[in-house]
Design a protein around this ligand. Structure first.
Ligand code: ADP
Ligand code: MG
Length: 319
């Protein structure tokens, strides 16, 4: 891009300066200092227009969401976020779009004291690739592989709103709340950090609970039993169910197989239950127990009358 340097200067040079960034944007590489005795957690996620978000999504929301989905992976690992890089592919250098995108992007980064330290800018179909970097003490990262038989399964927040938002064109207050969950997911950073000493396994729910809990079960070589009546529903979703806009069945299926929730799913040994409750009150975070880890492999899902439930489809299909 001919105007690449000007564009980077204008929209992506940051005033925020962390002391562990020796050199940020402007040279061939960024130079950073990982704190002594910390491990570096690294994650990257790409958002493609028309695939990961609707083409008409507001630029500010795209900026927020691209940062949020990456920070959500750090949260699921129990890492403290520190740095990010941004590879931006744009069909054109639209200044209004860039201004809005960078506002959404930096407002989330600043909220978690994350510094943008580099990236790349090129022309092509709208695609945003972010890498996020965070710290965790050796042995404290939340892996998918630690769930044990008898552990309780928890999720933060509510499930299904983001996927259901895609069903509506019109907007009521309740639909706007679903839309907010789709456009502006909040990464569960504080909860991830609090779970370091509590959870036996964790993952963030990006592809639907069934698929993502399935990753914990496979990695941990265990199975699980969950009840759909325990799946947490937002007040907006409950309003839409009461109004007949969404069926109970659609709500369950969205929670189990819809994507884009960006809540944490984690497992907790009985001995850590009290510590979990204490952390939840400190953080003012709502979590719900949705089931239990079992020896028999596979995920068993039961409906309100205890009948086995099958899924419409399992998780967001990437290909
Ligand atoms: P190079 O050709 O060496 O890859 P670039 O011209 O791509 O260098 O980038 C110059 C500097 O600007 C580098 O420090 C790079 O990290 C940074 N940069 C480029 N694009 C972005 C972006 N979208 N966001 C943040 N930093 C960027
Ligand atoms: Mg480059």
């Amino acid at each position: 891009m001919p105007e690449e340097f000007e564009l980077i200067n204008r929209y992506f040079t940051t005033t925020k300066q962390r002391s562990d960034v020796i050199f940020g944007i402007g040279d061939d590489c960024a130079l950073v200092q990982v704190p002594a005795n910390q491990q570096l957690a690294i994650t990257t996620d790409t958002l493609v227009a028309g695939v990961h978000f609707p083409h008409q999504t507001a630029a500010e929301h795209i900026g927020h969401k691209a940062a949020a989905v990456n920070l959500s992976d750090l949260a699921a690992m129990g890492a403290t976020p520190a740095w990010a890089t941004l590879a931006l592919t744009l069909p054109e250098a639209d200044t209004q779009w860039l201004e809005d995108f960078s506002r959404g992007f930096f407002s989330l980064l600043n909220q978690y004291n994350v510094q943008l330290i580099g990236g790349d800018t090129s022309r092509g179909p709208l695609t945003i690739t972010i890498a996020a970097y965070g710290f965790v003490s050796p042995g404290q990262a939340l892996l998918r592989s630690g769930a044990k038989v008898g552990d309780k399964i928890y999720v933060t927040g509510d499930l299904g709103d983001a996927a259901l938002a895609l069903h509506f064109n019109s907007s009521t207050k309740a639909i706007a709340q679903l839309q907010q969950k789709l456009d502006c997911p909040q990464p569960r950073i504080a909860m991830g950090i609090a779970l370091r000493d509590i959870a036996s396994a964790a993952i963030d729910i990006s592809d639907g609970l069934a698929a993502d809990l399935g990753h914990i079960l496979n990695a941990s070589k265990v199975g699980a039993h969950i009840n759909v009546v325990d799946l947490p529903q937002s007040s907006a979703l409950q309003t839409l169910i009461k109004a007949g806009k969404i069926s109970k069945e659609q709500a369950y299926q969205a929670a189990l197989t819809g994507g884009d929730d960006y809540e944490l799913c984690f497992t907790v040994p009985l001995a850590k239950e009290a510590a979990l409750q204490q952390q939840l009150s400190v953080l003012n975070c709502v979590c719900h127990c949705i089931g239990v880890i079992e020896d028999q492999p596979g995920l068993r899902i039961y409906d309100a009358v205890g009948a086995a439930l099958s899924l419409a489809k399992s998780g967001f299909q990437h290909f």
